[in-house]
Design a protein around this ligand. Structure first.
Ligand code: SF4
Length: 353
């Protein structure tokens, strides 16, 4: 570990941070926040990006049992969108200037690879839009339901037109925690394996952490270091998104029974910037999880991206998010300019539009 602040700063700028440096920084938030802001400025300048997109949760039927989930339903009570309903949502989004369609759903017991490929193919043959879809957990579920490997599934989905994969289902990449909060979800090693396969076959992904439940500060730091190691190897992550745990209407929320503080939110975002430097240059804050006022404040703690317009957001809403389901480009532009930064619309892969 570095012996003084100047040495530590130099070490981090070179991408050589160690775990104990991150623990030290978390205990010195003033210094951490300043460092994160400087690194953000160095890498991204004053530009703050957002993407015009739409979420489509095509089914809530799920065989999973994650304790933080208020979205899943049994097959008898759940829904599965028909293809014409999916296409009309895409049409509405494209007419509203969306460049990305984000598709995720529950783990429906009856769906196999052809069903997933059909969603992608039908959208791609009707619209010129990027498809960002199917988490590593969903990829594993499709592979299991179809008697195939995850690599075969990813290659077929890419052939169908899949553009990138959401790095969700990561939660905390520690099996002792996963065993408690999402016992049926893929283990850490499998999540890492699927993400690396995706990157290897040419499908980039985002990366996430779900923080603010039973994990410790050290668990958060370890998780971000795991993301860093993957990124050093593959370069396939487009961004890192800290996702605050939403505690309403779910079993884990009743177990945890406390709110995540503003200091914790700021610390997680700043640590993400500092630990991932210079390998992953985009750190996103989620307006759905944090609300508009706090997401704006995160721009001072290492954040350079505010995610998407979404148009439709049901997963967080069911767990107590009050941020709404749509943030217009005008709202993004205003809140970014309000803190003296420059808003830019981007595509999914961070090309400025
Ligand atoms: S988080 Fe996803 S996998 Fe887990 S229960 Fe909910 S819908 Fe199913």
């Amino acid at each position: 570990m570095s012996e003084n602040f100047d040495d530590l700063y130099e070490q981090i700028r070179k991408g050589e941070i160690e775990r104990e440096d991150a623990v030290f920084l978390a205990a010195n938030p003033g210094y951490l926040f300043q460092l994160a802001d400087e690194l953000r400025k160095e890498q991204k300048g004053d530009i703050v990006t957002y993407v015009s997109n739409r979420n489509i949760n095509f089914t809530n039927v799920c065989v999973g049992n994650c304790k933080f989930c208020a979205f899943r339903e049994e097959k008898e009570r759940g829904y599965l969108l028909r293809m014409d309903a999916v296409l009309s949502k895409v049409e509405e989004a494209v007419n509203n200037d969306a460049t990305e369609i984000c598709i995720q759903g529950g783990l429906h017991p009856d769906l196999t690879l052809p069903d997933y490929c059909r969603i992608v193919e039908e959208i791609k043959s009707n619209f010129d839009v990027h498809i960002h879809a199917f988490s590593p957990m969903e990829i594993h579920h499709v592979a299991r339901n179809s008697g195939m490997s995850e690599e075969e599934v990813l290659k077929e989905l890419k052939k169908a037109g899949l553009g990138s994969v959401p790095g969700t289902a990561a939660e905390i990449l520690d099996d002792s925690i996963r065993e408690i909060i999402c016992p049926r979800k893929i283990k850490t090693e499998k999540w890492v394996e699927i993400i690396k396969i995706a990157h290897r076959v040419g499908i980039p992904s985002t990366s996430t952490i779900m923080y603010g439940h039973i994990e410790s500060l050290e668990d958060r730091i370890e998780h971000i270091f795991k993301i860093r190691e993957i990124q050093k190897e593959t370069g396939g992550f487009t961004e890192f998104v800290p996702l605050k745990f939403m505690r309403k209407n779910n079993e884990l929320g009743r177990m945890v029974n406390r709110e995540v503080s503003f200091l914790e939110n700021a610390t997680v975002h700043a640590l993400s910037r500092v630990i991932l430097h210079p390998y992953c240059v985009n750190v996103q804050a989620s307006w759905v999880k944090l609300g508009v006022a706090d997401v704006q404040r995160m721009l001072h703690f290492g954040v350079n991206d505010l995610g998407g317009t979404l148009m439709e957001e049901s997963i967080s809403r069911l767990s107590g998010s009050l941020a709404g389901e749509y943030m217009s480009p005008e709202d993004f532009e205003r809140l970014i300019k309000d803190v003296g930064r420059t808003p830019k619309r981007r595509d999914t892969l961070y090309k400025l539009l």
